[in-house]
Design a protein around this ligand. Structure first.
Ligand SMILES: O=C(O)CCC(=O)C(=O)O
Length: 287
């Protein structure tokens, strides 16, 4: 019987078994998506929400953004899941966590979140950079899930990524302090980037991209009349350590914190509670 199987059939069988094994192991990503992430350092688009759910969160982000009392800059762009219920839900979204689990494994901390909103005709841009160069995390067990809450297009300044750059070493960055640069110090990677090789991360609301902590990426200004809304959610394994700041905190969103390397943040019970705002103020001012 076996002798009737040709070599080609054996190879096909082997590939089928391998593919099935990868699929079985994964919770959400296809084996092709996992392979893309390994090879390129990013993968997209991954649908995690229906359009109604994404639009609902988009409205919440829009009203947070428009509220003058929130004074939307600096630390009010970071970790707002600590004091708003809607962001607290997003970082625990089942499908996002299933996709992240396929990269990081079953124990997941949310290290931080950042709102990336570009107003209509906003000159704001993000220079080419590698997150890993300045975050102070000691390992690559870190992944960003970037959730689109409005369309992300080349006209409104979607992200661009350089395939394979996650395998580059961490390259020195230069602080430019450019007012229009949405990065805190306007940091830019000090190397020649071949723009024509980059990939535009165009997505629909409710889709995410996953990107590696060392991927070289950037985004251009929004040239349209519509708001561009995205949320970067940074997830880590409990084994990751902060080596730049004395103290750091994170939220356990799935599994167990096996290491205790981060102060664990509580889940907010209501919006803008004074204790949650106080905690937010403290943990976003690292020293
Ligand atoms: O949303 C953007 O324009 C840039 C996002 C980014 O740099 C990041 O998620 O690391």
């Amino acid at each position: 019987m076996i002798s009737n199987i040709t070599k080609t059939e054996l190879i096909i069988l082997h590939l089928l078994i391998k593919g099935w094994a990868v699929l079985k192991k994964n919770k959400f990503l296809t084996s092709e998506q996992s392979q893309r992430y390994e090879l390129d350092g990013f993968v997209f688009p991954i649908k995690v929400m229906e359009i109604e759910e994404a639009n609902n969160y988009g409205r919440k982000l829009h009203s947070y953004w428009k509220d003058p009392s929130q004074f939307i800059k600096g630390n009010k762009l970071q970790k707002i899941h600590l004091f708003t219920l809607w962001m607290s839900e997003i970082i625990r979204h089942k499908k996002i966590l299933d996709a992240v689990e396929d990269v990081l494994g079953p124990n997941i901390l949310c290290w931080t979140t950042t709102l990336f909103v570009k107003k209509p005709k906003d000159p704001g841009f993000v220079s080419w950079h590698q997150d890993g160069e300045y975050w102070g995390l000691n390992s690559h067990n870190v992944v960003t899930a970037w959730l689109a809450l409005s369309p992300a297009t080349s006209k409104n300044g979607c992200m661009k990524m350089m395939p394979g750059s996650h395998k580059w070493p961490e390259i020195r960055h230069i602080d430019t302090f450019d007012d229009n640069n949405l990065l805190s110090r306007g940091q830019v990677i000090d190397c020649n980037i071949e723009e024509e090789k980059s990939v535009k991360i165009q997505m629909k609301p409710g889709q995410i991209s996953l990107h590696h902590v060392n991927i070289a990426h950037c985004s251009a200004p929004n040239t349209t009349n519509q708001l561009r809304m995205g949320i970067a959610i940074r997830y880590i394994c409990p084994t990751v350590k902060q080596i730049k700041h004395k103290k750091d905190s994170a939220t356990l969103v799935r599994g167990v914190d096996t290491e205790g390397n981060f102060e664990l943040e509580p889940t907010p019970k209501s919006n803008y509670s004074p204790s949650a705002l106080k905690l937010h103020e403290r943990v976003t001012n690292k020293s």
